[in-house]
Every structure is written in structure tokens, then in C-alpha cells.
Design a protein around this ligand. Structure first.
Ligand code: CP
Length: 314
């Protein structure tokens, strides 16, 4: 799949963002504008709004708490009506195609479709369709991309480390299956972070060519003096192509512990996209420690998703 082609489909002929399916190919000014809008929304008091012309349909074909709730709450905060389409109680369960489902929503005047799906390339099929009026927003596409997670990670990191060009970041864990790692890596690179160290156990290492060819480091190399560590969730549900992972063994080899963090910069911050397997990817006591930005990541999800809705129609 050519991601540059997909990236070009999400903007119109004037370069305006019409859909959000990947951060690949998205320019720094566009992302900057999203972050600035999100910063404004994050500081603004709750405001009563009502805009029935901007209805949102949520269609999550994979499980979610953070992304689904924050897309829903973000829409409510903007005054947009929200409808939930449950895949197994919709006509998708009666063999209706996703394309027909989207056309049906369009016929009802739905303005945004927020979709999470396990099929790589599904968004390209949806947006590469003449006359498409609905704005498609990826809430996670297979192992490939999770653009709003990449944006909220970038926002959270920048709030703590404004000088991104001098920042060092380690992304550790299940790089083979993590859509979060791909989108966050892309966002950080677009903003000039050159010291991004990847580290995965051999059975969860990225495929050659992924992550712009960035090398796989040992965990010790990745952590040395690093300022931000992003621990990835082991995507147990996607491990059909890898040997079963033993949680205790993984923790002993790759779990972030207070002892391992001693290798890092003294002011290191830790992140995790969630949901966490405590005692596997992270020591339980680190999750809410002073080093943790995990709750801030979740909090930033809401203004980021408000900014995305707004930008697609402004
Ligand atoms: N980070 C993330 O995508 O979490 P959810 O699966 O809970 O949405």
C-alpha cells in the first residue's frame, strides 16, 4: 500500500484537510495548526454549544475506551450530535458492505465518520470514492496508523519539552504491531525530533523498512540518558504471526522499572498509550508516579479530537 498516495487523498486540490487517516505526508504547519487549536480548547472553560448540522457517527469495529470516549465527548463539547453504530447490531452483520454503510450515513446528512478497523487500507477504499461528502477520521487502522494518538502524544511531549530539536525519545516494546508507535514516530520526526530510539524484543521487532529504516536498539542503549520513554502496549490480540509472549518473561526483559529508569535522564518522563498491562510493560508503581504523563495523554485526547473535527470543516 502506498502511504503517500493515501496521504494525498486526505487533502483536497487546494491542500485543505478533508479526512484524517494518517500523519504520513501531513505538513508541519497543518499539524501545528491542530496543536494550537487543541491548546486553545484545552484551556477554554466549558461552553454551551449546539450545532445539529455537524453530526458524528462512531463506528468502532475493534474495542476502545480512550479514543471512543474522547471522540464522543469532543463532539458533545462542540455541540455536535453523536450517534453510535455498533458493528454487530448494524447491517454490517447482515453482510452490508462498509462502503454502503458509509453511503447510508451520508444520505442521512452525517458529517463525520470516526472509524476504527482492523483491515489495512480500509480508509483508502472509503475516501477514494467520487462525491464522498462525509469526513472520515481514523480512530486506528490495523497496525498501520492511529493519527489522533500521534497528535496527542506530540502535544503532551511538547508541553513538557518545548525544544523538540534537542529532545531524545525512546519507543520500546511491540513495534511490530503498534499503530501508535508508527503515528507518534511520524509526528515527532515531522517536528524535528532526530534522536528517536526504537527498541523491541526480536519477536516484536519492526519489519525492515518500517519507521523510515530506523535501527532497533537494545533496551539499555535506548534508555541511556533519554528524556522521554514511550512504553508500547503488547498487542496480544495481533500476535497471530508471533510466538505467544509470556508476561513475566517480557517484564523481565522489557518492562519499565524504577531500576531501569536509572539509566535515563534524571528528569525522564514516561508515557504509554493505554490500555496498560501492569507488571508487563510497566511496573505498577510507575503508572501514576511523578514521572508519568499517562493521564495527561488521556486528557489531551479530548482537545486534540475537538481540533480535528473543527479543522476538517473550517
Ligand atoms: N490509546 C488507545 O487507542 O486506547 P483505546 O484502545 O482505549 O482507545
Amino acid at each position: 500500500m502506498n502511504e503517500n498516495h493515501e496521504a494525498s487523498l486526505q487533502v483536497d486540490r487546494n491542500g485543505k484537510l478533508k479526512h484524517l487517516i494518517t500523519l504520513e505526508g501531513l505538513s508541519r504547519p497543518v499539524i501545528e495548526s491542530l496543536l494550537e487549536r487543541a491548546e486553545r480548547y484545552g484551556q477554554e472553560p466549558l461552553t454551551i454549544r449546539f450545532d445539529p448540522s455537524q453530526s458524528v457517527a462512531l463506528l468502532f469495529c475493534e474495542a476502545s475506551t480512550r479514543t471512543r470516549m474522547s471522540f464522543s465527548l469532543a463532539a458533545w463539547r462542540l455541540g455536535y450530535p453523536v450517534v453510535n453504530l455498533e458493528p454487530d447490531r448494524s447491517s454490517l452483520a447482515k453482510s452490508e458492505t462498509l462502503e454502503d454503510t458509509v453511503s447510508t450515513l451520508e444520505a442521512m446528512g452525517v458529517r463525520y465518520l470516526v472509524l476504527r478497523h482492523s483491515q489495512p487500507g480500509i480508509f483508502k477504499t472509503l475516501i477514494d470514492s467520487p462525491g464522498r461528502t462525509i469526513h472520515c477520521i481514523s480512530a486506528g487502522e490495523a497496525h498501520r496508523s492511529h493519527p489522533t494518538q500521534g497528535l496527542l502524544d506530540l502535544l503532551t511531549i511538547r508541553q513538557h519539552f518545548p525544544d523538540l530539536a534537542r529532545l531524545s525519545v525512546a519507543i520500546v516494546g511491540d513495534l511490530a504491531h503498534s499503530r501508535v508507535a508508527r503515528s507518534t514516530f511520524t509526528a515527532l520526526r515531522t517536528f524535528g525530533v532526530s534522536d528517536i530510539r526504537l527498541s523491541a524484543p526480536p519477536e516484536l521487532a519492526p519489519h525492515p523498512g518500517d519507521f523510515q529504516g530506523a535501527p532497533n536498539h537494545t533496551l539499555d542503549e535506548a534508555l541511556l540518558d533519554v528524556q522521554v520513554v514511550i512504553a508500547l502496549r503488547v498487542q496480544i490480540e495481533r500476535l497471530t504471526d508471533a510466538p505467544a509472549i509470556n508476561p513475566a518473561h517480557y517484564y523481565s526483559q522489557y518492562g519499565l522499572t524504577s531500576e531501569r529508569l536509572r539509566r535515563c535522564h534524571p528528569d525522564v518522563r514516561i508515557m504509554h498509550p493505554g490500555p496498560i498491562h501492569p507488571g508487563m510493560e510497566l511496573a505498577p508503581e510507575l503508572i501514576n508516579s511523578r514521572r508519568s504523563l499517562i493521564r495527561e495523554q488521556v486528557r489531551n485526547g479530548l482537545p486534540i479530537r475537538m481540533a480535528v473535527y473543527e479543522m476538517l470543516t473550517s
